[in-house]
Ligand binder design. Sequence first.
Ligand code: PEP
Ligand code: MG
Length: 671
Amino acid sequence: MRQLDITIQNPTGLHARPAKIFVNTAKKFKSDIRVQHGAKKANAKSLISMLTLGVETGSEIRILVDGADEDEALQVLETAVRSGLGESEHIENNGKQKTTNEKQPTTSNQQPITNNQIQGIAAAPGIAIGPVYQFKQSELAIEETFAGSSEEQTRLQEAIERARGQLVTLRKQMIARAAEAEADIFDVHLEILDDPELLDGVLAKINAKQSAAQAWQATIDARAKLVAGLDDPLLAARSADLHDVGYRVLRLLVGAENQGAKLPDHPVVILAHDLSPSDTASLDKDKVLGFCTAVGGPTAHSAIIARALSLPAIVSAGEKALEIEDGTVVIVNGSNGLLTIAPDETAVSQAKSARRQWQAQRDAAEKSAAQPAVTQDGHRVEIAANIGGLTDAQEAMQSGAEGVGLLRTEFLFLDRAEAPTEDEQFTVYRDVAQAMQGQPVIIRTLDIGGDKPLPYIEVLPEANPFLGERGIRLCLNRPELLREQLRAILRAAEFGKLRIMFPMVADIAEWRAARAIVEEIRAELNAPSVELGIMIEVPSAALMADAFAPEVDFFSVGTNDLTQYTLAMDRMHPSLAGKSDGLHPAVLRLIGRTVEAAHAAGKWTGVCGELGADPQAVPILIGLGVDELSVSVPAIPTVKAQVRSLKLEETKSLAEKALNCATAQEVRALA
Ligand code: PEP
Ligand code: MG
């Protein structure tokens, strides 16, 4: 038995992400590992148990290890804790794709437009018309019968196994629908199902003569309450995951697996306070026409899943939406966020014809996805894909992508205890290059820091992490990390058409330093020459684009961050979601300036932020002279089709007008 007392320095203590890293590290060892904090003791291989320790910053914990590999286990855990376990106080305030479900949802600030309309936030495009069904999880009746310990244990094991099967299927479906990041939610759920402490708790209750269902529910409720009670937004989200998994297993235990949503026989529009990822992913598309939630943001998991499922959806419509009676006909316009209640005949027929048109356009878009995106007057715009890995690349090819405009390499680095090796990275970059069959692939170097800390990279606590060491700044301060990645990319370069892009460049010295490292490694490896570009996502880089343009091969505008930094609005801030708009003329002026500088130097500019797939933004961006739009995989066919419907000359005058607007609303009104 070995033990170690160590102080947790992470500003938010040992909470969600660092706890997960700690647990995953502990799980690598055979030894029994416990963590003691004050009077509480936790199994270090149980995420739930570790979370409920409530270790705050500056607290001392005792790690107790007992078993064959205790020396190594203690040493590795000590190193992991000393290197920070990747947590700092900003995690709760920020987040991208992978952490969006960890936000506290909020309602829209927007006011109802008329008596029978509610303005929410557009979450997934399309129009649904149908009777309302107010979705509430049905209360499951749990009988207080006890069939004997071994029978109840068997029931429990069977239910857990079936739940595991369901989650694995949901995970696969999400991957197949090019929602790779969303598939991760179900990984967390699988981890909860495997939690040894949770299981021990349930078994103890079964041994005390409770039925499997009673024991399961009581244990889940108690754990969820403990987790939520720690008063931390990240933990609150974990408690929702616990309830989600808990409900899934409970339904199986009480034989009510088909009772989940208890949907009527006819197709409905679902209204709900919020929908869990499981709820959304399991919606039966034959019965559900679309949905509208009272809370949530457009980047919430339910919204992303809705887009992957092609279900029209509105989020953040406010609690008023929950007062609408079941059976009342509503129109969900997922393209503009408008919910119309009990529409008159004219409104219904207008909505129907808009829907027919939308559907026809979508079908046509999919049929012609492989065709290039050329405006009616002959101007070609490249449409590329934003991807996170190989599966996305394969989907992108099927959806008509003309390349990869952004490979977010950070997904390779997240949720692990150490950095991927050069060889591991090489394999991914090579496979993506080959999957894209000679089309260009822009690999963005590690964009970590800020919202996405890593356990194996020490960053001092920062008061404003989005203004701190992130992206290229962080990599230049850790040249070995960057070198390793660049070696992997340059080795993979012979397998396809790879390009390298640096994120978060704010100053030309950063770009020059990064370029020098690439050239050095290229010479060492005798690798082919690759094009090098930078992301334009910091206003200083946009303003100085004319200085960068002669030196780079291309620009790609990251409108997500450019909007955040230009308007000084946290990109994930729930109550600013409606105001933080990339169509703000200030952002458009910076994009226009960037394109002009690029073209003057004979270079091209792409847009790889979310704005590139916004139908109201597409004509304006093209009018500003943007050469490439890199969008999420499902958006490729429709963006291509939209480009084909435009005339370059008209987009130019639209862009001109947009630049002269005073507000984003004025720009949207134009478009
Ligand atoms: C952006 O900032 O617009 C962008 C594409 O990068 P990310 O969303 O990964 O920060
Ligand atoms: Mg960015």
